[in-house]
Design a protein around this ligand. Structure first.
Ligand code: FPP
Length: 233
């Protein structure tokens, strides 16, 4: 079963540099890969696709690059919202969204509101997202509820902590793909990835196409997931 796929879209900068282009051209080229991933996942009936678009650490990048990524987010929504809505895609977001500049934030909020009742693929944009930040934010809200008495420390379980995460209804990712040959999670879905299968592709994100996704899904399909159990034989 492949219900939730997460993708760490890495290698945009290297893709651009290898062509003698500025880094931002790599982010621009990333749009086609995003488009193809969303189309393909929608087509084969995947329910949740989480794209790591901007991390809590990415704010450290040069101001011009950060601004350009924010501009791309707005442009991506503007260019694709009609088509995504028609394809029944539900746009969602996870992260410290209050840190986003007002324009992309407003565009994102409008896209989320417009597609709220859609029933197809949930396209989750991880923006200003960090796995540790998510856990910190969850602990703060849980502690506040304990202070007001609406929760008791005795109620703390894995399930109750999960209910304080950004998107508690979303099942844990079955598969996390990282492109560009790097082999680490870089603060992506820390709480949720405990039993995720990991797939590392050498392809840089702007070159990552439908056939690469098919390879990743075929590789995943051949794995046996035991979730700590002994797996039946
Ligand atoms: C990783 O490549 C990519 C990012 C940190 C930003 C990804 C952003 C987008 C694809 C555009 C905005 C999002 C949407 C939804 C349109 P890198 O720059 O770290 O590459 P490098 O490791 O080769 O330097």
């Amino acid at each position: 079963m492949l219900t939730h796929v997460g993708i760490i879209m890495d290698g945009n900068g290297r893709w651009a540099r290898s062509r003698g282009l500025p880094r931002i051209d790599g982010h621009k080229a990333a749009e086609e890969s995003i488009h193809e991933a969303v189309e393909y996942c929608g087509e084969i009936g995947i329910k949740y696709l989480t794209l790591f678009a901007f991390s809590t650490e990415n704010w450290k990048r040069p101001k011009a690059e950060v601004s350009f990524i924010m501009f791309l987010l707005s442009r991506f929504i503007k260019r694709n919202i009609e088509n995504l809505d028609r394809k029944d895609v539900k746009i969602r977001a996870a992260g410290r969204l209050d840190d986003l500049p007002s324009k992309p934030r407003a565009d994102l909020d409008a896209a989320i509101a417009r597609t709220e009742s859609n029933q197809g693929l949930n396209l989750i944009l991880a923006l200003s997202y960090g796995g540790r930040a998510e856990i910190v934010d969850a602990v703060k809200r849980l502690t506040a509820d304990i202070e007001t008495g609406s929760k008791s420390a005795m109620d703390i379980t894995e399930e109750s902590i999960t209910s304080y995460m950004y998107l508690p209804d979303v099942p844990d990712p079955d598969l996390i793909i990282r492109t560009s040959g790097e082999k680490r999670l870089s603060n992506f879905l820390l709480w949720e990835s405990v039993y995720s299968e990991l797939y590392f592709a050498d392809t840089l994100w702007p070159d990552f196409r439908r056939k690469h996704l098919q390879e990743a899904f075929a590789d995943y399909g051949a794995r046996r997931r035991r979730f700590g159990d002994i797996g039946g034989n």
